[in-house]
Design a protein around this ligand. Sequence first.
Ligand SMILES: Cc1cc2nc3c(=O)[nH]c(=O)nc-3n(C[C@H](O)[C@H](O)[C@H](O)COP(=O)(O)OP(=O)(O)OC[C@H]3O[C@@H](n4cnc5c(N)ncnc54)[C@H](O)[C@@H]3O)c2cc1C
Length: 415
Amino acid sequence: MNLWNPAVDHQPAEVMRCVTADDVRAGLARAADSGLGVSVLSGGHDWLGRSVRPGGLVLDLSAMRTVSVIGDVVIAGGGARSLDVMTAAEESGSSVVAGTVGSVGITGFTLGGGYGPLNGLVGTGADNLLAAEVVLADGRLAHASERSDPDLLWALRGGGGNFGVVTALHLRAFPIASVLAGIVTFGWDEAARVLQSYGDICAEAPDELTVRAGVTTLPNGRAVAFVAPAWVGEPAAGRQWMKRITGLGRPLTVDIRSKSFNDVLREGDAMFAGAGLHHDMAMRNVAALTTDVVATVIEAAEARSSPFSAIEIFPFHGAATRLPVESTAFAQRDGHFLIELIGSWNPDERSDQHWARDTSRKLAPYALPGGYPNLLGPHDDEQVAHAYGPNTERLLALKRRFDPGSVFSATPLPH
Ligand SMILES: Cc1cc2nc3c(=O)[nH]c(=O)nc-3n(C[C@H](O)[C@H](O)[C@H](O)COP(=O)(O)OP(=O)(O)OC[C@H]3O[C@@H](n4cnc5c(N)ncnc54)[C@H](O)[C@@H]3O)c2cc1C
């Protein structure tokens, strides 16, 4: 089994490879007979390794990666990676909502919510989940769609893998062939000012423009702030925005060009390839990048003891904020910035193991309640309690209806 985070060292009792819904059904029956707890493995990118249940039975869907395209719908196997799906979409001249790393499983990404460069224009990954094939805890194969099982579809759109084993996703594809995207880095002396002005740009950004930012360390050991724009729209207007973004300070490096979303995902993969680093993560949502928030981010970056630790900021804006909160289980609908704290260390050095958590505590006074369930963990009870806001009651009622014996425990649900 290939998990993204080598810090995960728990082991299952058994692993069953599944390539069809019948295999999944057989796996669930085996678990029931043997009394083993179940987990579902797809892309293996959950940072806590929740796709591997300690001492349990893993239903390994990682070979269930077939993708087909019918008109403007992409149908992906439950174990498909983001890059598999984007490649199939690209061959038909379109794109789907994905994040920025190609090896991330599209199912975990979509069911959790799905933050990515197309959120401003077309909504989240979950918003663009049209239907799903799901093997339920009782072995029944359900087709969740607006027409045939709207409650199950609602729960899957943000409620994570807590309702059954998804064997296929039907995702809306958009006629988007390219994106003007890249990364600009700025020296540490300007980091605070750049991040502050970056927040102002995001406040003005149209739906077509989604700009990530953050702090990281270059291979030469130099700490930098980075700004990573993605523009999907009319080229001349895009170039104007890129000019404004490179003008946020005196850039050390500028690499912005027109590319496919496949290129974006491959570049994301390259950033993590072969590093062998161990990770601990935490996150906070904030309504705005106030001076206090930016100062906390800068202080945290300066407090890192590992050069591999980083902070990424994702803006949530545009179309993704315009759906009523009750329309999907995913409930963080107000415009916000997701601040992702990625503690990463070389296993020999074990530095920064508590850095992400410490930083999360420092950001807490400025944060919105709740957070992104895909990135929350066992220490984040308070955030988990508010992650589904007004949707909590309905989500928990559907959990009782579709999985009364709590067979599935993927990303955390409130109690
Ligand atoms: C390097 C990296 C980059 C990331 N980038 C982004 C990003 O840009 N945007 C974003 O929103 N998130 C991002 N994430 C978070 C990511 O979306 C989640 O961790 C997601 O759950 C990973 O899915 P997976 O299939 O790879 O992981 P897995 O560990 O295989 O699964 C994750 C969870 O989903 C459950 N699950 C998986 N497949 C199924 C299925 N078929 N049926 C039922 N349950 C299932 C698992 O049991 C597990 O609980 C990133 C994570 C990493 C490590």
